[in-house]
Ligand binder design. Structure first.
Ligand code: ADP
Ligand code: MG
Ligand code: MG
Length: 257
């Protein structure tokens, strides 16, 4: 089984150091929750794992089964089995959900494929998509919607979960920003992730949503403070932080706070 390993990771945006020595190891099949106050660097870690060009690794290592991936572009990372919801374009005018997914699946499953080359056969794709949507309780009509055209929060999350289900990554990073997620959206992610997670997938969830973590009990909870992971615990730590906030963590780590 695979391991995603982050060692002494330092990341700058512009010339500003944001991550200051992050260590984290995620095994295939494990669920990790990443928590921490606003501005502590959680999204920076997610973008860096996605290979966003704005985030510069100045020190340390990101490796998948021992292979350094810090220099790979987002598409190459996806082919190695990493999934980051936001690495995909948010709005593509005139493209339907099914078309987009067929392209994404064709790219990820065929490492040799170049732009404009053959896609996964339509019949095979359709059959798989229909079954996957059924398993996830997503209405078949959704496949014919135009991508993100007037998607509600819940529909955006359905799209993410459907991508996750079709791409079958070894590692999924979900940055669930808390603002603007209505209860339908939280339910979609919570239930979808529970359906999809298992021994084949390692998950890093960035969230404050109690419900998401109740549905998907993390084996590990990490707390980020000022660009470092200062504490790691189990699911109980996530619940404690949810109930009591970060004052206690800051007190325990004055060097970072
Ligand atoms: P979190 O997700 O924990 O709220 P972020 O990773 O979004 O934290 O932000 C960490 C710090 O990095 C903040 O001070 C933020 O202003 C800064 N930062 C993150 N991304 C950028 C960016 N693209 N440009 C400038 N500053 C950024
Ligand atoms: Mg934030
Ligand atoms: Mg964030």
């Amino acid at each position: 089984s695979s391991v995603l390993k982050i060692e002494n990771l330092h990341v700058s945006v512009g010339d500003v150091p944001i991550l200051k020595g992050v260590n984290l190891e995620i095994g295939q099949g494990e669920i990790h929750a990443l928590m921490g106050p606003n501005g502590s660097g959680k999204s920076t870690l997610a973008y860096t794992l996605a290979g966003h060009p704005k985030y510069e690794v100045t020190e340390g290592k990101i490796s998948l089964d021992g292979n350094d991936i810090a220099e790979l572009d987002p598409c190459e990372r996806a082919r190695l089995g990493m999934f980051l919801a936001f690495q995909y374009p948010v709005t593509i005018p005139g493209v339907k959900v099914a078309d987009f997914l067929r392209h994404a699946v064709s790219n990820v499953r065929n490492p040799e494929r170049k732009e404009g080359e053959e896609l996964m056969p339509m019949r095979e794709f359709r059959t798989e998509l229909r079954q996957t949507m059924k398993d996830l309780n997503i209405d078949a009509e959704f496949a014919r919607r135009y991508l993100n055209e007037g998607f509600s929060g819940g529909e955006k999350k359905r799209m993410e979960i459907l991508q996750l289900a079709m791409l079958k990554p070894r590692f999924a990073m979900l940055d669930e920003t808390d603002s603007g997620l209505d209860s339908d959206a939280v339910r979609v992610v919570s239930e979808g992730l529970r359906t999809l997670s298992g021994p084949h997938m390692g998950v890093l969830i960035i969230t404050h949503h109690e419900r998401l973590l109740e549905y998907n009990q993390p084996q590990y909870t990490h707390v980020m403070l000022a660009g470092q992971i200062v504490e790691t615990g189990d699911a109980a730590l996530a619940h404690e932080l949810h109930a009591n906030g970060y004052a206690g963590v800051r007190e325990r780590h004055p060097e970072a706070a």
